[in-house]
Ligand binder design. Structure first.
Ligand code: MN3
Length: 202
């Protein structure tokens, strides 16, 4: 057993059907995410990095061996991703997050457009993010398994919503139709969890 472990998936592989299919979920969680965890553990084993928390590793990503940056990012990103989705979710956010989305982007629909565009235009593999930077909501995207917690990120901050746009996240069901996958992602977002993460930054 290594230092880092797969988180518990709090819903079944079929919980996000029909928007994200059970086979994709099973492979994504039990193979892809598990591989990031194993490779991260192997990459830090026997080194001084073994004493660092995941947050500490990510904050110093620019100085890390590539395997630690990629797999540490992969572990964090997927852990966040599973937590911000759920069965019978979707809809609109409420409370402070809804107010801040409205005041930042003009409306929820405008936010959705900005986030969807970031996800659709991320070339190759990567992630789209809604993050908090200096108290403000910002949409960004990162390549590979990078994320806004990393010192090398173009836009640094605390991610509260992330969407995996690697082909392994959607190809079985959507093939090349990434925009359709992005549209359907909005049917499974757990806005209560995103709100909780937002309020934790205040
Ligand atoms: Mn993935």
């Amino acid at each position: 057993m290594g230092k880092f472990n797969l988180p518990e998936l709090t819903y079944g592989y079929d919980a996000l059907e029909p928007y994200i299919d059970a086979t994709t979920m099973e492979i994504h969680f039990s193979k892809h995410h598990a591989a990031y965890v194993n490779n991260l553990n192997n990459a830090i084993a026997g080194t001084e990095l073994e004493a660092k928390s995941l947050d500490e590793l990510l904050a110093n990503a620019g100085m890390l061996p590539t395997a630690v940056r990629n797999n540490g990012g992969g572990h964090f990103n997927h852990s966040l991703f599973w937590s911000i989705m759920g069965k019978d979710k979707g809809g609109n956010p409420s409370g402070k997050l809804a107010e801040e989305l409205n005041s930042t982007f003009g409306s929820f629909e405008s936010f959705k457009d900005a986030f969807s565009k970031a996800a659709a235009t991320r070339f190759g593999s990567g992630w789209a993010w809604l993050l908090v930077k200096d108290g403000k909501l910002v949409v960004s995207s990162t390549p590979n398994q990078d994320n806004p917690l990393m010192d090398i990120a173009e836009v640094e901050g605390t991610p509260i919503l992330g969407l995996d746009v690697w082909e392994h996240a959607y190809y079985l069901k959507y093939q090349n139709r990434r925009p359709e996958y992005i549209e359907n992602f909005f049917n499974v977002i757990n806005w209560d969890e995103v709100s909780k993460r937002y309020e934790n930054t205040l």
